[in-house]
Design a protein around this ligand. Structure first.
Ligand code: SF4
Length: 371
């Protein structure tokens, strides 16, 4: 288990990971964020935006990881919990609860904690999909394998250098959600160092312990995906129809009024801090009122993250965004919304109880925030 975040120290990170993988007492489990699958190919001669989910799993298997889990599983759980929290606040007519801001972007959370302390109080208390997937990996594998969670090593492949800071977050007992974070670029560098080529590895499969994620969870990696997921999930809970695809554009600010059952929701999806500042001024002046605000630091969301392959330009970002929306749609045959995902259903049955339960709050919400 690491206490280092290995910023700018890839060689030391690879050596530490190889040591963990070689330790027979460990079960090392790796998660892959949605945005990684449509960008890693650029390091190996594929066009931008090509969905290489199963090739990436194969590459990780070749590096020695036996269990690969999809971060969109954590996104599914995040949005399932968030949808219940928002519906509960609407039902009790709690206007002070709103606006609620997303927790999934670490860049946004770091910025907010330094520039807008008052706004921080309105960031969702539900941990990011990355941290939730780490928590589920630690607790579910520990239970299934009857091993202490310290021996379950949680590794993440992320499009974002800043995600390394989430390995500093702790549960109330001091234990970690995440032990190591490897960026997309670092994964390619590590694989090349080991003589591995993404084009030549066999395709792999997600771990049989936690195999599924939904369309909504995969869409998190691109701007608007989170709001789309939230609205479709809320509509599903209320058993009303709602098509949320109008968020599938790359505008920097997407503001919509959406009717779900008896509720009319004002929501906005923003990418880039400059755009956030414009919207915040309108919120503070009372000109605008929102129920939910999605803020992503990077252009087009995580597909444009600082740990993704370089060089990058608008054409590349557009291709990654389009590729990820297509990759999300491929998941429709498994599950459209989190509550249809068989792995989410199993986790609530075996580990979490119901959304908002004491166990869910213990395992899925922020505890000791270090940021
Ligand atoms: S939007 Fe950018 S800073 Fe935020 S989590 Fe994604 S990659 Fe990281």
């Amino acid at each position: 288990m690491s206490t280092e975040i290995y910023l700018n120290k890839p060689e030391e990170l690879f050596a530490a990971l190889e040591k963990e993988l070689a330790d027979p007492e460990n079960t090392v489990v790796v998660q892959i964020a949605p945005a990684v699958r449509v960008a890693i190919g650029e390091e190996f001669g594929y066009p931008s935006g090509e969905d290489l989910t199963f090739k990436t799993i194969g590459l990780l298997n070749a590096l020695g990881f036996k269990h690969v889990v999809d971060t969109p599983l954590g996104a599914d759980i995040n949005i399932y919990e968030e949808a219940y929290e928002i519906l509960n606040a609407l039902e009790r007519k709690d206007d002070n609860y709103f606006p609620i801001f997303n927790s999934c972007c670490i860049g946004w959370r770091l910025y907010c904690s330094r520039a807008h302390q008052k706004v921080c109080q309105h960031i969702s208390p539900i941990a990011s999909p990355h941290m939730i997937t780490g928590s589920v990996i630690k607790h579910y594998f520990s239970k299934k394998l009857n091993k202490p969670k310290e021996k379950i090593i949680s590794v993440s492949i992320m499009p974002c250098v800043l995600k390394k800071y989430e390995s500093l977050e702790r549960f109330s007992d001091g234990s970690t959600y995440i032990d190591y974070v490897v960026t997309t670029r670092e994964l390619a560098q590590w694989a090349k160092k080991r003589g591995l080529d993404l084009r030549k590895v066999n395709e792999g499969k997600f771990s049989e312990f936690l195999p599924n994620s939904s369309k909504d969870g995969v869409g998190f990696g691109v701007t608007g995906g989170l709001v789309e997921a939230l609205l479709t999930t809320m509509a599903h809970i209320l058993e009303v129809k709602k098509e949320a695809e109008s968020f599938r554009t790359n505008e920097p600010i997407k503001e919509r009024q959406v009717k779900i059952g008896e509720y009319t929701l004002n929501v906005v999806s923003i990418n880039g801090f400059g755009n956030f500042e414009k919207v915040l001024k309108e919120i503070e002046s009372g000109e605008r009122k929102f129920h939910f605000v999605e803020v992503m630091n990077c252009p087009y969301g995580c597909v444009g993250g600082p740990g993704q392959p370089l060089p990058v330009n608008d054409e590349i970002l557009k291709a990654r965004a389009a590729g990820l929306r297509l990759a999300a749609d491929k998941k429709r045959s498994i599950a459209i919304v989190p509550q249809e995902n068989p792995t989410v259903q199993m986790l609530y049955r075996e580990l979490l109880g119901r959304p908002g339960s004491e166990k869910a709050r213990e395992l899925l919400y922020f505890h000791k925030i270090k940021l």
